[in-house]
Design a protein around this ligand. Structure first.
Ligand code: SF4
Length: 343
């Protein structure tokens, strides 16, 4: 999304979804408990328009449930409520999220008629066993078919995936899924490490000892492998980790990979991994300077200087300092200072 575009979110709660994924409690995640009405859509647009600075484009987004799993008439009522605002330029486009098995030709033609621009598909995994253990109710092939259809009909395609789902304890299915999703050439991806939300089947599985919690550390580790897969394929990562909400922060997130700065932790881990590769031939006892691109200093240092501590310990360094270059760059370079010499 461009810097001059903002989202007006409307949450379509679980009523739009025929399914019961083990991790999902849409009511808690979206904070919405009953079906949204056309009047509420109008109201959200008007309120969003009132607070958007001049010159910023607005996109209406139906998030939360599975929009195209709602009866067709209800979809048309909600989309219809947005039409006057689309016509007068109050909003410039519409996006929505849905399930891969709730996409077909007729649905896509309807969405096209109502000016929908972007479709987000919850793929979550490309491993059928993980999908089945997670109660997703669709297969990896259905993700492939839906993604292709969405693109063929000219929509912008965003794919969502999760890490740490049941059956993916070692992260291998997540990494395979990232590769498979990148091959579908989406216009963006969202990566959501699994959070254990209260009042979900996953919470019960976890409490019964039948699900291994996807810790923040595990999520950071697997996402540090996934992010480069998408970046190498030129797929923008538009979100990493659940958006923090008051409910989640205050206790609904009972366990799992819930961290308000997860994306930053992952970026920092990627920097650490890349720095590690540079240190392989550094002699123990060396004092070194690492150089990073502009704006990358805090990522390289890590929270509570954890990256520097790790490098010093792992490579038995005397000392390490980080310098920031004047220009932006992803490159990390290593400048040696003589062994045992203090910088
Ligand atoms: S498909 Fe989406 S809305 Fe439906 S149960 Fe699963 S996560 Fe929740």
């Amino acid at each position: 999304m461009s810097a001059r575009q903002t989202i007006i979110p409307v949450f379509v709660p679980h009523v739009g979804c025929p399914n019961d994924c083990v991790f999902c409690n849409q009511r808690r995640i979206s904070g919405a408990v009953r079906p949204v009405t056309p009047e509420e859509v109008s109201c959200a647009i008007q309120q969003g328009a009132a607070i958007t600075p001049h010159g910023v484009q607005r996109q209406l987004a139906f998030y939360g449930g599975s929009f195209t799993a709602i009866p067709a008439m209800a979809q048309e009522r909600l989309l219809g409520a947005a039409q006057p605002y689309l016509a007068d330029g109050t909003i410039t486009s519409i996006r929505l999220s849905t399930r891969p098995d709730a996409i077909d030709e007729e649905t896509l033609l309807r969405l096209r008629r109502y000016g929908v621009k972007t479709i987000e598909l919850g793929a979550q995994s490309m491993d059928d066993r993980v999908l089945q253990l997670s109660g997703r109710g669709h297969t990896a092939q259905q993700v492939i078919d839906a993604a292709r259809m969405v693109k063929q009909h000219g929509f912008e395609l965003i794919l969502q995936m999760m890490t740490g789902l049941p059956g993916d304890e070692d992260g291998a299915a997540s990494i395979m899924s990232a590769r498979a999703l990148a091959q579908l050439h989406p216009d963006g991806v969202r990566i959501y490490p699994t959070v254990i939300v209260r009042d979900t089947a996953l919470y019960d599985l976890w409490k019964a000892g039948n699900y291994q919690e996807h810790t923040v550390e595990a999520a950071v580790s697997v996402c540090a492998e996934i992010v480069p897969i998408f970046e190498t394929a030129g797929v923008p990562i538009i979100r990493l980790g659940l958006n923090p909400t008051e409910d989640l922060t205050e206790g609904d997130a009972a366990g799992g990979a819930y961290h308000p700065a997860l994306g930053e932790l992952v970026r920092s881990r990627i920097m650490l991994d890349r720095a590690r590769a540079l240190f392989i031939e550094v002699e123990p006892g060396s004092s070194v300077i690492l150089q990073v691109g502009k704006g990358k200093l805090s990522q390289m240092i890590g929270q509570h200087r954890c990256n520097l501590s790790s490098l010093i310990t792992e490579f038995a360094l005397e000392s390490i300092k980080i310098q920031e270059k004047d220009e932006k760059s992803d490159e990390i370079s290593l400048l040696f200072v003589a062994k045992s010499e203090k910088i």
